[in-house]
Design a protein. Structure first.
Length: 130
């Protein structure tokens, strides 16, 4: 596990992991995996106008992310847990995003949910905030 992790907290049975940046650094990298049918969810706090660069790579090109605006919520339904809320352009539910770069429109806690497209996925998530 990378030093980018803070302690994972639970929303019911759903783990959410805050991303922390090492002192003096603007980039952090997380190497992890997600099982088939599951997802991995991370949050980080950023300010309006900061530039974000989010890059997801996988060994088998089999995962993407959804990048939610501050205010995203986690709820439980019959199918399990669902993260919902507005997403950033080109990083929504059906966008299959693996890279996003741009200025953040508001201050707050942003949420990234990584989902495999087939089977499980071993991934490298790089997050830069400047």
């Amino acid at each position: 596990m990378s030093s980018a992790f803070a302690q994972t907290y639970q929303y019911g049975d759903y783990p959410v992991t805050p991303i922390r940046f090492p002192a003096g650094k603007t980039t952090t990298t997380i190497n992890d995996s997600v099982e088939r049918g599951a997802s991995a969810t991370y949050t980080f706090v950023a300010k309006e106008g900061q530039h974000a660069d989010i890059q997801l790579t996988t060994e088998e090109d089999n995962a993407s992310f959804i990048f939610y605006m501050p205010g995203a919520t986690v709820s439980k339904d019959e199918a399990g847990y669902d993260v919902s809320g507005p997403t950033l352009p080109n990083a929504g539910r059906h966008g299959r995003a693996t890279h996003w770069t741009g200025r953040l429109p508001v201050s707050g806690k942003y949420t990234l949910t990584i989902q495999p497209s087939r089977g499980g996925a071993t991934y490298r998530l790089s997050v830069t905030i400047r």
